[in-house]
Design a protein around this ligand. Structure first.
Ligand SMILES: Nc1nc2c(c(=O)[nH]1)N[C@H]1C(S)=C(S)[C@@H](COP(=O)(O)O)O[C@H]1N2
Ligand SMILES: [Mo]
Length: 430
């Protein structure tokens, strides 16, 4: 650790409580390797106290991952709209120009740990279970049950925590593990569904509940090393689950598409994409703190500028901007171009965007086409006449309602999360 103090966010306080309870044998860590739990405990100065029998068994190795390059995505992925990256599809920002505020479903990025399961809404049900329910019995909800509850419509982006990851390598000379996204692992949609809070209360939420863990119906996730981590799942603190989380069954006025979680997904506004579990099949409501690999091994900041055990589990997304242009796009010299882009933040609406067309030498403000909105982005534009043929670097720099502005560099983390630095976008004037 290099002189960096850990900010005690509510989630980090909650996480310390989880650790103490795990030590007392009161927390569940199914599918989390013993090594990971010891790492967390060692960091808290508690490892010596752990009885050997308490460590979760190492996850079983169940063979090597299959054809990793089969996308497993149902919708068409035309080159004009997507770049396929392993099991995932990144939206090309250039294809968002003129599409309006919300990302059309057919252009929305897809992040799949394995493959899209094609589920029938009629056969689907959600099981809410666990010792955090007052009566302790599992409760089932069909889609019709959910649709009978009051519906809520919310506009929000879903963005992968690793969006922009490749820029750690291309712009800062230090690579990070994981999908090499540029900036297109984000989309904004109008989600309609029911409040998770309403469903939890109907299920008989008890006073002792502390963590809620939705789990997907897609296949077990097997790492490149052949470790089966089980189904995709990540605990949410109860306070967040009761706040603004939806169980969404519609996306931009249509039934949720298969690739985005049909028939029902969790939607956690402004939080890292992994919180928004797709194809949710069950939700564990626990009186004991919960761990999964997605809040121990993944989605914390690791690396030489971060605590050895990783930072607190990541929650909100950061601040970013993107031009609606391909990298190395060709623009005619001597003509005025109307250039567009989008900026967004997980901590508040974007209130200002500055742009530079000369590599950061001079800056001017872009015109904003949307009011600042929490959980959303703003569209912006600027005019530019490339004076002469040659290479140019475009930059866009956003400031959000908390007063935070995109920095010039992002502190590195080994898994490449939360890249927020101003991106240098190369274009050519022809
Ligand atoms: N069940 C399940 N939920 C999941 C995932 C997954 O692989 N399986 N991927 C998560 C990640 S990492 C992200 S970024 C978002 C992506 O949502 P999208 O594919 O609808 O864009 O879904 C999240 N929910
Ligand atoms: Mo993600």
């Amino acid at each position: 650790m290099k002189g960096r103090t850990t900010v005690r966010s509510p989630e980090s306080v909650h996480d310390r409580r989880r650790l103490r309870q795990w030590l007392a044998g009161e927390a569940l860590a199914d599918g989390v390797s013993r090594r990971d739990m010891f790492r967390l405990l060692a960091a808290a100065g508690l490892a010596g106290a752990v009885p050997v029998s308490l460590g979760a068994p190492a996850a079983a190795a169940t063979g090597i991952r299959g054809a990793a390059d089969a996308p497993g995505i149902v919708k068409p992925l035309p080159d004009a709209w997507f770049t396929v990256r392993g099991t995932n599809a990144e939206t090309r920002f250039a294809s968002l120009a003129g599409t309006g505020y919300h990302t059309p479903n057919d252009r929305f990025f897809v992040r799949n740990h394995t493959a899209t399961p094609v589920l029938a809404a009629d056969d689907w049900s959600l099981t809410v279970w666990g010792d955090g329910l007052a009566h302790g019995r599992p409760v089932e909800f069909t889609l019709d049950d959910l649709k009978r509850l009051p519906s809520v419509t919310r506009s929000a982006f879903v963005e992968c925590a690793g969006n922009g990851r490749s820029l750690f390598a291309t712009q800062q000379g230090r690579s990070a593990s994981g999908t090499a996204w540029t900036l297109g692992a984000i989309g904004a949609a109008r989600w309609r569904g029911v409040r998770l809070a309403d469903v939890l209360r109907r299920a008989g939420l008890g006073h002792r509940a502390v963590d809620v863990m939705p789990r997907g119906l897609d296949a077990d996730y097997v790492t490149a090393d052949g470790i089966d981590l089980g189904r995709v799942r990540r605990p949410l603190p109860l306070s967040k689950a009761l706040d603004d989380v939806l169980l969404a069954y519609e996306m931009n006025g249509e039934p949720l598409p298969h690739d985005h979680g049909h028939p029902v997904r969790v939607l956690v506004p402004s939080w890292i994409g992994i919180a928004s579990i797709k194809w949710v099949g069950d939700i564990q409501v626990s009186a004991r703190p919960l761990y999964s690999p997605w809040n121990t091994d993944f989605y914390r900041l690791f690396g030489d500028s971060h605590p050895a055990e990783g930072g607190a589990p990541l929650t909100r997304q950061t601040l970013k901007s993107a031009w609606e242009l391909d990298r190395d796009a060709g623009l005619r010299a001597g003509t005025v171009h109307h250039l567009t882009g989008r900026s967004w933040s997980g901590t508040g609406g974007v209130v200002r965007v500055e742009v530079s067309t000369d590599g950061g030498g001079t800056w001017r403000t872009a015109g904003l086409h949307d009011a600042p909105r929490r959980h959303g982005w703003v569209r912006w534009s600027t005019r530019w006449r490339p004076p002469a043929p040659g290479p140019y670097t475009l930059l866009a720099r956003a400031t959000d309602s908390t007063g935070r502005t995109q920095p010039d560099t992002t502190v590195h983390n080994t898994q490449g999360y939360l890249f927020d630095a101003v991106v240098r976008h190369p274009v050519r004037a022809l």
